[in-house]
Design a protein around this ligand. Structure first.
Ligand code: ADP
Length: 386
């Protein structure tokens, strides 16, 4: 039978069958692409990738699957990667979704109009889903790593505090034992020598008196710090001229400075009335100036008071040993003493902790600038009285 004699009905059937076959083979091909894709994606988005690596892989794999020219991934946390062409004719936008919610989106671009098909969208959705799972895992892992690092830091801090407490106990025991041994030594010498001339006995009693003062200062500092930590340190506030408090401390410590050959001076640039507890504030300046004297062997100690921006500033500047930059942040911690001074200078590491606590209570602040080998400047500032 020639072609022209063919039954139109059967010719029509053949077309339909061929159409079905074509559609089916198209679907089989599509399925094959999907299976192949899933098979490969498992390896592509392997564990241990960082979020930016996952996003870049998502772009690479998606572009490969649909042969798009360019793509961009935008995450909801603001992270962006990829590029947008100047005048794309086609655009395919697919959300990066997981069971826990949306993480962002991928947008693919092409210059040809009508480039992306519904099947492409399905495939990209599958890739984006895999990337979403990988992103979530990566975020979880990074979160765990961060938590772990924070715990390690905390642990190291706790160990350091523990070490500091042990050092403190041995240090305070030493600080108490030294004056106590001296008191005991001089007292028993006086007791055993009934013939001791009065002037020698008086000199010894003078030493006993001085050493007892040292004990009282240490014990008072200990009590104050413990009261401050439990919030029981009492303050009697009253409006008064700050320069009078500072002046008194400078005069009192002038004797110690002079004994070391140091020039201690007070430059009063501006007077200032403040609402403070005079005893506590004098404790602040006693600690700062006594430290300046203790850690300076030659040169000067200058105390200055001035007013700026409704606050009074008082600086204590010395030409002493200075403080290493890496320990500056710690010197206001309770019990903290710089390693190289622990065995050479007296101290308990409580003074600056008290200074900061008292200054904070008065709405003020204290900071320090220092250069090792050149000296230190401690500056305290308080609000002026209303
Ligand atoms: P301490 O009883 O040891 O003086 P502080 O709390 O007063 O305790 O000071 C803590 C540490 O800060 C000191 O041990 C010292 O190392 C350092 N420091 C404080 N003031 C000065 C200063 N003016 N010059 C150099 N170092 C200082």
């Amino acid at each position: 039978m020639s072609g022209s004699d063919q039954d139109p009905q059967s010719e029509n059937n053949a077309d339909v069958v061929q159409m079905h076959v074509e559609r089916l083979s198209q679907e089989v091909l599509e399925l094959y692409r999907q299976v192949n894709l899933f098979y490969r994606l498992g390896d592509v988005f392997g564990p241990g990738l960082a979020p930016d690596e996952i996003c870049r892989l998502l772009i690479k794999e998606s572009a490969k699957v649909v042969r798009a020219r360019s793509a961009q991934v935008v995450l909801d946390d603001g992270f962006k990667v990829g590029s947008v062409p100047s005048q794309p004719a086609s655009r395919l936008k697919v959300g990066i979704e997981t069971l826990e919610g949306r993480l962002g989106e991928i947008i693919l671009y092409d210059k040809k109009a009508g480039f992306f098909t519904a099947a492409d969208e399905k495939l990209i959705r599958a890739v984006a889903q895999q990337a979403g799972v990988a992103l979530e895992n990566s975020r979880r892992i990074h979160g765990l790593v961060r938590q772990n690092q924070a715990l390690e830091r905390l642990n190291a801090e706790l160990r350091a505090i523990d070490q500091m407490k042990s050092d403190f106990v041995s240090n305070v025991s030493h600080e108490l034992r030294t004056p106590l041994s001296s008191i005991k030594g001089f007292a028993s010498t006086i007791m055993q020598d009934s013939e001791m001339p009065l002037d020698v006995a008086q000199e010894f009693v003078g030493i006993i008196n001085e050493e007892s003062d040292k004990l009282i200062i240490i014990i008072n500092d200990l009590l104050d710090v413990s009261k401050m930590l439990s919030g029981h340190l009492k303050y009697n506030l009253g409006v008064q001229p700050l320069e009078q408090i500072v002046e008194k401390v400078v005069t009192l410590l002038g004797i110690q400075a002079e004994a070391k050959g140091l020039a201690l001076g007070f430059d009063l640039i501006d007077i200032a009335r403040v609402n403070v507890d005079a005893t506590r504030i004098s404790q602040v300046f006693t600690n700062l100036i006594a430290n300046a004297v203790k850690f300076t062997d030659t040169g000067t100690i200058r105390v200055q008071q001035w007013v700026a921006e409704n606050r009074v500033h008082i600086s204590v500047a010395d030409t002493g040993i200075g403080i290493r930059e890496d320990v500056l942040a710690h010197i206001f911690d309770k019990f903290y003493r710089v390693e190289n001074v622990v065995h050479t200078k007296e101290g308990t590491g409580l003074g600056l902790a008290l200074v900061r606590g008292i200054v904070d209570y008065h709405g003020g602040s204290v900071d320090v600038r220092s250069t090792e080998g050149e000296g230190s400047v401690f500056t305290v500032q308080f609000p002026l009285a209303q």
